[in-house]
Design a protein around this ligand. Structure first.
Ligand SMILES: Nc1ncnc2c1ncn2[C@@H]1O[C@H](COP(=O)(O)OS(=O)(=O)O)[C@@H](OP(=O)(O)O)[C@H]1O
Ligand SMILES: Nc1ncnc2c1ncn2[C@@H]1O[C@H](COP(=O)(O)OP(=O)(O)O)[C@@H](O)[C@H]1O
Length: 195
């Protein structure tokens, strides 16, 4: 019962961890359609930051939807709950001093507003992985678009569920115009200038 919960103050703070790591911690949040390139780019950004000896950790669909969020589907409500829990986990990683990379479709502006509110605006960097539906469907990395078109998957983002593009993302990657390596450079340059 929440009235019986008393918060214990620990001596060590996020600030102590950031000082020892010699860098700030924050969330790098990738949003985009399935197949847009979120995981591919996020993975390479993580490798690059790791090489720079930074504390970095990635959250993605595999470790989240098959673990802590097992049982959640793709209705509007389930996605919101999926993203709420991910935001809470990301916040813990930030407190632990990690640059926390999260790559989720997070289709609605209100989904991402919720994440921003949980994580805190100052610790939230939004990366829009902008790839047209046509190109995602052409890639069809997991064969899901074909199934969605055939009506075998319901509520598929871009087909019969909405995707609302960010209006003013911190970083905007157009994957039909830049390579993965160029996208990674853009993101790491942004981070190196900012933190
Ligand atoms: N209905 C529907 N709509 C969208 N995506 C679907 C759906 N069903 C399964 N998948 C697969 O699940 C991945 C998206 O999960 P997310 O947790 O990122 O989605 S969300 O943020 O809660 O909307 C997404 O993975 P990515 O391709 O990595 O984006 C899909 O492979
Ligand atoms: N410029 C690019 N940036 C990112 N991915 C690209 C690019 N060009 C082609 N791709 C390919 O597109 C696919 C994107 O898949 P993935 O990273 O799993 O997307 P998501 O995580 O958004 O579902 C990969 O097969 C990747 O190699």
């Amino acid at each position: 019962m929440s009235e019986n919960i008393v918060i214990h103050d620990y001596d060590l703070s996020r600030n102590d961890r950031n000082k020892r790591n010699h860098h700030k911690s924050f969330v790098l949040w990738f949003t985009g359609l399935s197949g847009s390139g979120k995981s591919t780019i996020a993975n390479q950004v993580e490798v690059e930051l790791f090489k720079q000896n930074l504390q970095v950790y990635s959250l993605d669909g595999d470790n989240i939807r098959s673990g802590i969020n097992k049982g959640l589907g793709f209705t509007k409500e389930d996605r919101l709950e999926n993203l709420r829990r991910i935001a809470e986990v990301a916040k813990l990683f930030v407190d632990a001093g990690h640059i926390t990379i999260a790559a989720f479709v997070s289709p609605l502006i209100s989904d991402r507003e919720q994440v921003k509110n949980i994580v805190g605006q100052a610790d939230f960097i939004e990366v829009f992985v902008d790839t047209s539906l046509e190109e995602c469907e052409r890639r069809d990395v997991k064969g899901l678009y074909k199934k969605a078109r055939a009506g075998e998957i319901k509520n598929f983002t871009g087909i019969d569920a909405p995707y609302e593009a960010p209006i003013n993302p911190d970083i905007h990657i157009k994957t039909e115009q830049v390579s993965v390596a160029e996208a990674v450079k853009t993101i790491t340059n942004y981070l190196n200038n900012k933190f």
